[in-house]
Design a protein. Structure first.
Length: 222
């Protein structure tokens, strides 16, 4: 698998934007991975269109990460694992993207158990997305931590706690949306200066900003 810098959460059905999914298959060297979000999870039934794009990505060496909603530690463990198994059986995922992850120290046992079970099913890397800097203990559990998810104005003033220096930048990711035209490269550079080697910056906004690709994918370079 590749070790690129871009983690792309492309939250659009392949039938609605087939060109975007095809573009991802042309830039495997740029990609850390692509998040497969069928219906805030794997969905109730297998979707052939998502299965096809997952297979196309994996065929060129791109990690496919199954989207799982942990609802800030409130969803029953077994329910999340059932969805993990569906992702594996239907889409052949490589790893997991645990969205709405908790950030508090008292939730660490819940997330540690999910990570261990995911790896036990052969799903790795394990990505947690609290969208903010969590308790430092999460960095020892996840393979990748999304420590920022939000819009560009908020990102401009976001702070980075000192404990992140204890880990390599490859362990952190920033997801930024609503980036003004022409500034996505600046956002990517800002992520790297803030010790987040993995990133995704898109111009999209509104209810689903992640229906847009980062410009670097469109042009084939970071």
């Amino acid at each position: 698998m590749t070790e690129g810098r871009l983690l792309v959460p492309l939250y659009v059905h392949p039938a609605e934007d087939p060109a975007a999914w095809q573009a991802l298959t042309r830039v495997p060297s740029l990609l850390y991975g692509v998040v497969l979000n069928v219906a805030d999870g794997p969905g109730a039934t297998r979707d052939p269109a998502f299965a096809a794009v997952a297979g196309a990505l994996r065929a060129v060496g791109v990690r496919v990460l199954g989207y799982l909603d942990s609802a800030y530690g409130t969803r029953p463990h077994q329910l999340v694992i059932e969805e993990l198994r569906r992702h594996i059986n239907w889409y052949g995922i490589d790893g997991v993207f645990l969205d709405q992850a908790g950030a508090e120290a008292d939730l660490l046992p819940y997330y540690r158990a999910l990570a261990e079970e995911a790896r036990g099913h052969g799903a790795g890397p394990v990505v947690f997305n609290p969208g903010t800097h969590p308790d430092p203990g999460y960095a020892a559990v996840a393979d990748l931590l999304v420590t920022f998810e939000g819009d560009w104005p908020t990102y401009l003033t976001a702070a980075v706690p000192s404990w992140t220096a204890e880990y390599p930048p490859t362990r952190f990711c920033h997801l930024v949306h609503g980036v003004p035209d022409g500034l996505c490269d600046l956002a990517a550079g800002t992520a790297r200066t803030r010790r987040a080697e993995v990133h995704c910056a898109v111009p999209g906004g509104g209810a689903n900003p992640w229906a847009a690709l980062p410009p670097a994918v469109r042009r084939g370079t970071t």
